[in-house]
Design a protein around this ligand. Structure first.
Ligand SMILES: NC(=O)C1=CN([C@@H]2O[C@H](COP(=O)(O)OP(=O)(O)OC[C@H]3O[C@@H](n4cnc5c(N)ncnc54)[C@H](OP(=O)(O)O)[C@@H]3O)[C@@H](O)[C@H]2O)C=CC1
Ligand SMILES: CC(=O)N[C@@H](CCC(=O)OP(=O)(O)O)C(=O)O
Length: 374
């Protein structure tokens, strides 16, 4: 797949009105992958998209001499869904997307492809929800870990400033009118949602530092196995990786306005297919009460349909969220009234990827935020 169109888009910051079309048209690039498959499932069963199944783009559809690649041959688990048996993969082609009047393109592809394709989609008037990390980071130093290059650096820089970090709980109003939404990372979602209410309420002793001990199922690494994610290494095992400088750290620092010295993130690979648990340790700057901390979480998420705040002392578990679109958050306060434990669980492929992307689509389309997600 290549995108060679000349980029002459207006790089001034642009926003659009939330769509009010009853026939929103979507397309998915990367439907052969784990996140793309979940996107297809959610869009095919979305109550507002009954007559408009997504267009499916993929390399496997590029060979015109081969038999068409059907969605149900790729993902037989979707065969019962409306329109599933009509859909085949088509080659990536921006002119075809424009001809089909696609409104929103989901990129569930690697970071490099998303970085070069998003500007071309915008040039064709197509809004983008990018599930990769290509557009998530505003600070060059944080983005450097991805070694991204822009076909046109000036346009890349302008679109980077324009891109909205796609956390509906934090940036809902900006997402509604955004052209380019950078869907958050899976670990980042679990940790940002656990900490944002406390950071915004300014109740943490940041000098004491915050630790997030996080664990992810293996699907977080995508469908291509590596030595570390191969069954023989991951099964019956628990291992730390990237304890200093995991690539999601920058997202959390930027979204929570923390600096590196205040935050330790240690990811672990769990021998399960999907699910993330982040166990976050922090200290309150003043002694407080369970009721006061509960109030902070309950108030912050009062209008957030995809976050379920548990009543202390109940703590979330991975089993509560796997194959669901929710992020569950719970906490306990130590007897000293200052040491705080926050636990946040989500399904990395859903609230950590595809469901969050559909939640963003709902906002951009003027639908209810939770449509198709419960
Ligand atoms: N897995 C997760 O939990 C999460 C993933 N993400 C992000 O979402 C995106 C997709 O992740 P995931 O589904 O796990 O990844 P997968 O590895 O499972 O799938 C990757 C997809 O991208 C396609 N692809 C790969 N290289 C190219 C290329 N050069 N040109 C066109 N298409 C290409 C693949 O197609 P093909 O079959 O042809 O190889 C496949 O459809 C990634 O950016 C990832 O970082 C974000 C949050 C969580
Ligand atoms: C288990 C595992 O390997 N997880 C991935 C995170 C997946 C994710 O959120 O994807 P992005 O690359 O889009 O940020 C990792 O640690 O890199």
């Amino acid at each position: 797949m290549t995108a060679t169109a000349q980029l002459d888009i207006d790089i001034a910051t642009q926003t659009v009105e939330p769509s009010t079309k009853s026939t929103l048209r979507t397309a998915i690039a990367g439907v052969t992958g784990y996140a793309g498959a979940e996107l297809a499932r959610l869009l095919l069963s979305h109550p507002r998209l009954k007559n408009t199944p997504p267009m499916l783009l993929g390399r496997a559809g590029a060979d015109a001499s081969a038999a068409p690649v059907t969605l149900t041959s790729l993902h037989p688990q979707l065969s019962h869904l409306p329109h599933a048996d009509e859909l085949t993969l088509v080659p990536f082609d921006f002119e075809a997307l424009a001809r089909e009047k696609i409104d929103i393109l989901f990129l569930a592809t690697p970071h490099d492809e998303a970085r070069s394709w998003a500007p071309v989609a915008l040039k064709h008037g197509i809004r983008v929800i990018d599930l990769s990390a290509a557009w998530r980071l505003q600070e060059d130093a944080n983005r450097a870990i991805y070694k991204l290059t822009d076909p046109d650096p000036a346009i890349g820089a302008a679109l980077q400033r324009e891109a909205v970090y796609g956390s509906p709980e934090l940036h809902g109003p900006q997402i509604k009118t955004a052209r380019l939404v950078a869907n958050p990372g899976c670990y980042a979602t679990s940790i940002i949602l656990a900490l944002a209410p406390l950071v915004r309420a300014n109740v943490l002793d940041l000098d004491r530092g915050i630790i997030s001990d996080s664990k992810s199922g293996v699907s977080g690494a995508g469908k291509s196995p590596t030595a570390n994610t191969h069954f023989m290494h991951a099964a019956d095992n628990l291992s730390v990786y990237a304890p200093f400088g995991h690539r999601h750290t920058g997202e959390m620092l930027e979204q929570l306005s923390l600096d590196n010295s205040q935050f330790q993130f240690t990811p672990h690979l769990l021998p399960i297919p999907r699910g993330i648990m982040s166990t976050v340790y922090a200290k309150l700057s003043q002694p407080s009460t369970t009721a006061a901390v509960q109030e902070i979480f309950d108030t912050f998420y009062a209008d957030a349909p995809m976050v379920r705040v548990r009543t202390s002392p109940m703590l979330p578990e991975i089993q509560h969220v796997v194959r669901s679109s929710f992020c569950d958050i719970g906490f306990q306060l130590a007897p000293d009234k200052q040491r705080l434990l926050v636990v946040s669980c989500l399904d990395n492929l859903l609230k950590g990827a595809a469901s969050q992307a559909v939640q963003n689509m709902n906002l951009m389309a003027g639908f209810h935020e939770a449509d198709g997600l419960q």
